[in-house]
Design a protein around this ligand. Structure first.
Ligand code: GLA
Length: 728
C-alpha cells in the first residue's frame, strides 16, 4: 500500500520504494507535517518535532495551550495572517477586506490512480502504480476551501503535489498567493542547490547554505527563464553525488514561479513553491475552482540518485508521445549556417550535404517567412517569403524528403512584430497597456495567449503549416521576456490573472497541436534554454538547451541541466569553430563528444568542412546512432561536477542493465607536468569484465570503479576522449 491512514491516530503515511512521507491531523484539526525522508517502515514519526512555548509565537484561540502555535508547527499547507510568520502557502483578500485564512482539516479520500489537473501538465500514471490522497481543508469563516492532492508513485520514487482552491461563500475572494507545495523539512544543516544563469549561460549550479532568511528563487519574466529554473534541491550540507539526504522539488510550470526557502528560528527548513506571486491576483468567484500547477517531489540518497529518479520520471511519466524513449533524428539546423539569409538553393545544398553525411532531419530555422529579413519584422505572418522560397515551402519540403530526409521548421508563434500583417489587423492581440508605449524585446511584442481568438488563430496557422509543409518537426521558439502585462479582453480587476491565463492558453494550444500531430517531433526553445522546464517537456520531449553552442561553455550548461533533466531532453549541436558566441576554437571531436550527450544535431555550414572533417562528422553520426539507446536511456554519472577547477569535465553513461557504458572526458586547458587524470568509474557491475574498445583490453567492473581509469592529460586545446565499455 503506498498510502495508508491510521484512523485512531489520524496519521497519513505515504510510501514509495525508498521514501516515507507522513502527516497527521491533530486534535484541533491542524494538518501537521511529520516527516519526509528515507523509508521508516511504518514508524509513527510524530515524536520528531518538539513543541514548547517559543515566546512571541501566538496560540490559536480555541487551543488553550501555549505549546501549540502555528508559528512553530510543521504544516502541510499554511494558513495566512493568523500567527505563522514564516513563508506561507497562501495569501487571500476576503470580501470584507481582511487577509486572514485559517485552514482546518475537513476530510480526505484515498483512491487508486493519479488525480488530473484540468488544462495543466502533470505526471501521469503508466502502469497503474499511482495512488492519490486528497485532503480537504476549510476556512470556516470565509468559506475558502482547499484540496491538497498527493500523487504517490511507488516505483518511480516520487510524490507529486498540487492544490485546488474553491470558494463556497457568496462573495468573491481574491487569491494573491496559491502555492503548489509547502514542505517543512526537519532539523539539519541544509544546503540549497539551484540553477542560475542568463541568456547563453543557463542553469549553472549554485550551492549555498540555507540561512536564517528567506532565499527566493523565482521568475517574473512570464517564462520560467534563463536566470532561474523551477527546480531546487535542499540537501544535507555534507551531501555529495553518492550520499546524503537530498530533496528535489520541480515545478511543472512554464511561467512565473517562486521557490522560497527559509531556515526558521527552530532550525528547520521550510520550502514553498508555486506560481510566482509578483503581479498575480486571481478572482475566485462563488462556486469557482482555481487549480495550481503540479510540484514533483523526490527524496534520494545523494545527488546522482536524485537525478536518476527525476530523469526516469521525466522520460516515462512526463514526456508523452512516440518520441519519449524512441530514436530522435540527428538534425542539421540552418540558423548558424545562414541566419536570416535563407534561400531554397542554400537550404537544399545544406540538406544535400547533410544527407550525404547520414544526417536525418533538415530544420529550416528563422528567416523563411514573409518580411523576415531581420529580427524586426514578420513575426505573426506564418507564410513563406516568396523571394526566398519562390516555389513555396512545400517545394523545399518535397525536395528534402526526396533526399530521404525529414523536414522541420522554426516558428515563434507567441510573438508578433509591429511590422507584420497580423499586428496591423489585430493590434489588440498584443499584450500592451492602453496609453503606454510598450517595451520591445528583440523588436517584438508578445501575443495575448490568454485570449481564445489568439489561440485559435495560432492553431489554424501552425496546423496549416504542418499539413502544407509536410512537417516532421517543429522548433517552437519564444524570444523575449514578458512585460506590459495587460489583456485588452479582460476587465480591470482581472488583469492580475493574465500571466497565468497566458500559460494556460499556451498549454491548450500545445495540447491541441501535439495530439492532432502525434508524428511531429516538437522541440521547445526560448532564446536557447529560457523555458526549460518540466511543464514544457510534457509537450515537447526535447528543448534547445542554450544559444551558446561553444562546447566548453556547454559543459557547465549541460551539467547543470542534468541535475533535473535527462540527456534526451537537451538539444545540443555541433557548431562552427571559431564558435559564433565566444570566438573560441575547439576540435571537431570535442564538439561531437559534448553535443552527443544530448538530442544530437549540427548547426553550421557543412559545405565549408574539409573532406577529413566530413568523414569525422559521418563517423560521429554513425557513432551516435549506434549508442543512442545507451546515451538517451542510460543512467548518467557526473564524474567531475563537484570538483571545482580540476581542469576537466568528465561524465559517464551506463545502460540500465549495466552491459554498456560510455565515458566522456574534456580537458579545459593543457596542464604541463600533470600527466594524468584518474577517474573512478561508476554504476558498473563489479563482478563483470568490461572490454574497452579504444584500449582493446578487458578490466573488471570493480577495478574500474575502485582503482579507476586513467586518462593521459592531453596536450593542445580542449582535447577530449571518449571510451566505450562493453560487458564480455
Ligand atoms: C533563438 C533561438 C535560436 C534561433 C534564433 C532565431 O535565439 O534560440 O536557436 O532559432 O532564435 O531567431
Amino acid at each position: 500500500m503506498s498510502i495508508s491512514y491510521n484512523g485512531d491516530k489520524k496519521l497519513f503515511t505515504l510510501e514509495t520504494k525508498s521514501s516515507t512521507y507522513q502527516m497527521q491531523v491533530d486534535e484541533y484539526g491542524f494538518l501537521r507535517h511529520l516527516y519526509y525522508g528515507r523509508l521508516v517502515n511504518g514508524q509513527d514519526m510524530s515524536y520528531i518535532f518538539n513543541y514548547h512555548d517559543c515566546g512571541f509565537s501566538g496560540n490559536p484561540y480555541d487551543v488553550g495551550n501555549r505549546y501549540i502555535s502555528l508559528d512553530t508547527m510543521p504544516q502541510e499547507y499554511t494558513s495566512a495572517g493568523v500567527g505563522d510568520y514564516r513563508v506561507r502557502s497562501v495569501a487571500a483578500v476576503n470580501a470584507d477586506g481582511s487577509r486572514c485564512v485559517s485552514f482546518r482539516y475537513s476530510g480526505h479520500t484515498i483512491e487508486k490512480g493519479k488525480y488530473g489537473l484540468p488544462g495543466l501538465p502533470a505526471v501521469y500514471d503508466n502502469g497503474g502504480e499511482a495512488m492519490t490522497l486528497t485532503i480537504m481543508l476549510a476556512d470556516a469563516v470565509t468559506g475558502l476551501e482547499v484540496k491538497l492532492y498527493y500523487g504517490v508513485f511507488e516505483e518511480l520514487d516520487i510524490i507529486t503535489r498540487a492544490v485546488s482552491f474553491s470558494n463556497s461563500s457568496e462573495k468573491t475572494i481574491v487569491l494573491e498567493k496559491a502555492m503548489s507545495l509547502c514542505l517543512d523539512i526537519s532539523y539539519g544543516e541544509w544546503d540549497i542547490i539551484h540553477f542560475q544563469g542568463r541568456h547563453c549561460h543557463e542553469r549553472i549550479i549554485e550551492r549555498q547554505p540555507a540561512g536564517h532568511c528567506v532565499t527566493k528563487i523565482s521568475s517574473n519574466r512570464g517564462i520560467s527563464s534563463h536566470q532561474h529554473n523551477p527546480f531546487v534541491i535542499i540537501c544535507d550540507h555534507e551531501a555529495t553525488e553518492t550520499a546524503g539526504d537530498c530533496f528535489g522539488a520541480m515545478l511543472m510550470y512554464s511561467g512565473n514561479f517562486d521557490a522560497e526557502i527559509e531556515l526558521t528560528q527552530l532550525e528547520n527548513v521550510r520550502l514553498v513553491m508555486g506560481i510566482g506571486t509578483e503581479g498575480f491576483s486571481w478572482r475566485l468567484n462563488p462556486g469557482e475552482v482555481f487549480t495550481t500547477p503540479e510540484a514533483v517531489l523526490c527524496y534520494a540518497d545523494g545527488l546522482t540518485q536524485l537525478s536518476h529518479r527525476l530523469h526516469r520520471a521525466i522520460k516515462d511519466n512526463i514526456c508523452r508521445g512516440k518520441f519519449k524513449r524512441a530514436h530522435r533524428p540527428v538534425l542539421i539546423n540552418s540558423w548558424e549556417a545562414m541566419y536570416f539569409n535563407v534561400s531554397e538553393e542554400k537550404c537544399y545544398a545544406l540538406a544535400k550535404e547533410a544527407a550525404d553525411l547520414g544526417i536525418e532531419l533538415f530544420v529550416l530555422d528563422d528567416g523563411w517567412f514573409h518580411d523576415r529579413n531581420y529580427d524586426n519584422a514578420g513575426l505573426g505572418d506564418w507564410y513563406e517569403n516568396k523571394e526566398k522560397l519562390p516555389d513555396g515551402l512545400k517545394s523545399l519540403s518535397d525536395k528534402v524528403h526526396g533526399l530521404g530526409m525529414l523536414f522541420g521548421l522554426w516558428v515563434e508563434p507567441e510573438m508578433v512584430n509591429e511590422d507584420s500583417d497580423l499586428f496591423r489587423a489585430h493590434p489588440e492581440w498584443a499584450l500592451s497597456v492602453p496609453g503606454r508605449a510598450p517595451t520591445l524585446g528583440r523588436g517584438q511584442l508578445v501575443l495575448d495567449m490568454s485570449r481564445q481568438d489568439v489561440v485559435d488563430f495560432l492553431y489554424e496557422a501552425i496546423s496549416r503549416l504542418i499539413r502544407e509543409g509536410k512537417l516532421d518537426y517543429i522548433k517552437w521558439d519564444f524570444n523575449r521576456c514578458m512585460c506590459d502585462i495587460y489583456s485588452h479582453e479582460l476587465p480591470a480587476d482581472s488583469q492580475g490573472e493574465v500571466f497565468h491565463r497566458y500559460v494556460l492558453g499556451l498549454y491548450s494550444l500545445l495540447e491541441r497541436l501535439t495530439s492532432e500531430f502525434p508524428d511531429v517531433l516538437f522541440e521547445g526553445c526560448a532564446g536557447g534554454g529560457g523555458r526549460f522546464d518540466a511543464g514544457m517537456l510534457y509537450y515537447t520531449p526535447q528543448i534547445w538547451c542554450s544559444d551558446d553552442t561553444d562546447p566548453i561553455e556547454r559543459l557547465r550548461i549541460q551539467e547543470g541541466t542534468s541535475f533535473a533533466y535527462p540527456v534526451s531532453a537537451m538539444g545540443a549541436h555541433v557548431s562552427a569553430s571559431p564558435n559564433h558566441q565566444t570566438g573560441r576554437k575547439t576540435p571537431l571531436e570535442t564538439r561531437g563528444v559534448v553535443a552527443m550527450s544530448g538530442a544530437f544535431g549540427y548547426e553550421l555550414d557543412l559545405g565549408k568542412l574539409t573532406r577529413d572533417e566530413k568523414d569525422e562528422v559521418r563517423m560521429q553520426v554513425e557513432m551516435f546512432r549506434r549508442d543512442e539507446e545507451l546515451i538517451h536511456n542510460g543512467l548518467l554519472y557526473r564524474l567531475s561536477s563537484l570538483k571545482k577547477n580540476c581542469g576537466y569535465s568528465a561524465w559517464q553513461i551506463v545502460s540500465e542493465d549495466r552491459s554498456k557504458s560510455v565515458v566522456n572526458y574534456v580537458a579545459h586547458e593543457p596542464k604541463p607536468n600533470s600527466w594524468a587524470t584518474n577517474l573512478k568509474l561508476r554504476g558498473l557491475d563489479p563482478d563483470a569484465l568490461y572490454f574497452i574498445e579504444e584500449e582493446e583490453m578487458c578490466f573488471t567492473g570493480s577495478s574500474l570503479m575502485g582503482g579507476g581509469y586513467t586518462f593521459l592529460r592531453p596536450t593542445g586545446d580542449y582535447t577530449s576522449y571518449q571510451i566505450h565499455l562493453r560487458k564480455v
